[in-house]
Write a protein that binds this ligand. Structure first.
Ligand code: TXA
Ligand code: MG
Length: 356
């Protein structure tokens, strides 16, 4: 399949990009697939009421079909159509955080087909904070079912180049726009019960949600990081190995100096054995490491989130065999970064040992 690539203007000028958005909206309306930018990661969209188009999303990504899709909207009031009950908590969160990197799970209305929800009685809804995405949804005249625009099992895409690498030839159109600022997928919160539950951590943190709602719980599949036997994650997607780079990845936890020493020791062993080694570091520590490729996640948690997937994809490109990563504190956005790192590493975490 030939994929149309629509490059948007430098400064995302909606007027200049109008013809691209019109073309993409027409494709969505007619049952095609369009990858588009959002503030979190790129999305791969289809008309949520077109079953064939939605099936094509799963085929293009190689995604398991029991994994439900988020419905993207351009107007907060769309929840009254999509959900059968709108809890007060949902109203509060929509008012405070939409458009933005937050997805809410609510009881679905009759209108929402089961092929979107993986057979569940709930629906996931998000209003993205990206002018092109919002305009695309509006002009298409449909709600847009969209998973992240990556091949299943690969890190989500945060640049147009990532999307082109994964999906060119598999979908109708790619809107090639700017880099996604947030860089990790939206926070998913289930507001359908008495106590809201975070199913996937993101840039809207537990702390921020609790400030609005009071008590907010975290699904054990997120909090415990390891999906223990018998613990079924409430977001079906969380059970799959995700965000995986090709290399064997290990996260090292502990005091900063111990982490640096341990990673350098492990890296040296592997390099001596003839392997290529990559290291994921914070800016402060980057110069302390010796390996084939040492990549920095920057100075802050927000910066780390925005760089994470590009860093993982760079390791694939550089063909490293082993990756060692520093860990992050499990609070605020650090929780979301750790959640993604742990999945990338297939739950492979070790403690650093001091050289005492
Ligand atoms: O930031 C994002 O959320 C991006 C952009 C494109 O909006 N989208 C995204 O979609 O990350 P996806 O499909 O890669 O991840 C959606 C997650 C999956 O883990 C899925 O299982 C979960 O949301 N999900 C969808 N509907 C659900 C539902 N009704 N109940 C529980 N989890 C649901
Ligand atoms: Mg995804």
């Amino acid at each position: 399949m030939d994929t149309i690539i629509g490059y948007t203007s430098e400064n995302n000028n909606l007027e200049n990009d109008s013809h691209i958005i019109d073309e993409a909206a027409g494709i969505l309306k007619n049952g095609g697939l369009v990858a588009f930018p959002t503030e979190t990661v790129y999305g791969l969209g289809a008309d949520f009421l077109n079953e064939k188009a939605v099936k094509n999303i799963y085929a293009a990504k190689g995604r398991p079909s029991d994994n439900p899709l988020i419905v993207h909207i351009a107007d907060k009031d769309a929840i009254y159509e999509l959900a059968s009950e709108i809890p007060d908590n949902a109203k509060k969160l929509a008012a405070k955080f939409w458009p933005g990197p937050l997805t809410m799970i609510m009881k679905k209305s009759e209108m929402v087909p089961k092929y979107i929800t993986g057979g569940l009685d709930t629906v996931a809804v998000r209003m993205p904070a990206n002018a092109i995405a919002l305009e695309l949804i509006k002009r298409s005249g449909v709600y847009v079912a969209a998973p992240s625009a990556n091949l299943s099992g690969k890190p989500s895409t945060t640049t147009a180049e990532h999307v082109i690498n994964d999906l060119k030839g598999r979908i109708d159109m790619i809107i090639a726009s700017k880099e996604s600022q947030v860089g990790i997928e939206s926070t998913i919160v289930d507001v359908s019960g008495d106590v809201p539950i975070i199913l996937r951590p993101g840039a809207i943190t537990r702390e921020m949600l609790e400030e609005q709602l009071g008590r907010v719980d975290v699904d054990p599949a997120v909090a415990g990081a390891v999906v223990a036997d018998g613990v079924v994650p409430r977001a079906p997607g969380m059970k799959y190995k995700h965000y995986a780079p090709n290399a064997d990845m290990t996260i090292v936890e502990g005091d900063n100096k111990d982490v640096i020493d341990t990673i350098n020791r492990l890296a040296a062993e592997k390099m001596k054995a003839g392997y290529r080694v990559g290291i994921v570091a914070t800016s402060d520590n980057q110069a302390s490491y010796k390996a084939d490729v040492v990549l920095s996640l920057g100075h802050s948690e927000m910066e780390a989130a925005s760089k994470l997937y590009a860093v993982l994809r760079t390791f694939d490109k550089m063909k490293v065999d082993y990756i060692y990563s520093e860990s992050f504190k499990s609070s605020n956005v650090g929780t979301a970064i750790m959640n993604r790192l742990i999945k990338a590493a297939g739950h492979n975490i070790i403690k650093a040992h001091g050289s005492e």
